[in-house]
Write a new protein. Sequence first.
Length: 311
Amino acid sequence: MKVVRGISHWDENFRNPVVAIGVFDGLHHGHRLLLQKTRERAKIIGGTPLVMTFHPHPAKVIHPERELSLIASLEYRLRLLRNENIEACLVVNFTKRFARISPDHFVQHYLVQKLKAREIVVGDDFHFGHNRRGDICFLQKCAARYGFLVHAIPVCCGVDRRKVSSSQIRKFIARGDIEHARELLERPVTILGRIIRGDRRGRELGYPTANLDAMQTGFAPRGVYCVRVYLNEMSLEGMANIGSRPSFKKEGQLGIEVHLFDFNKNIYGKEILVEFLKKIRDEKFFPSREALIEQLKIDEKQARQWFAGQH
């Protein structure tokens, strides 16, 4: 999949483009319905399946005062899109200036002139343009004027046809409910990040950890979890602790620490994918170093037993 960052760099000329539009945070079940429709329509008309996405998330630009933790970083989102047989992805730089453009300008300049879209695939609650004035009805009117087709897809899943949304998944992750988040994602809650140097406290406790920068990864659930880590071609088992490390007076500094079982190599700077598979416990305060070490031993035993039961 070719990735183009910024509309000014888009000079592609694909045959009969069918364009899926959205943030696609987490690339959950509903998002994949859109991509499936995109591929199907491209095959029918002899066209090319494309994606237009946005970075940063529009809500971070329009409402910077609101805290928003993304399910997936942009790089992980692009990695997931690469597995969806999409030919190319345009990453639009979402700025305050972009947020002010009119719905008609967005359609005319971005969809018609630049992407030359033959068909558009969006969720049935899609809004765009200044103050979100553009909606499906407006897009349909533009389609008649400019000569493209619009497909508005309801993003539901399961036998009860539940509506799927990224905000719903974020709520599950925020309370550590990775099982329900997994149902809507149709895969484990996962983060992607590069290993940074920590304060080496884990090594001093007998549990060396790979540390990730919480500002760069996707949304990690707080607590202690059984995790599977992918490093290059290796699949490793371990346990992860995500929290503010209250026992070391680190409140306010979210830490992501991953202890890999039976592994002792220098992997600073390496990129790893971390899947959260089973919650062991919530984060808690320990009055002493000895109490923490004792709990880590219990956590490791529970995690190893859980993995043994999965084999």
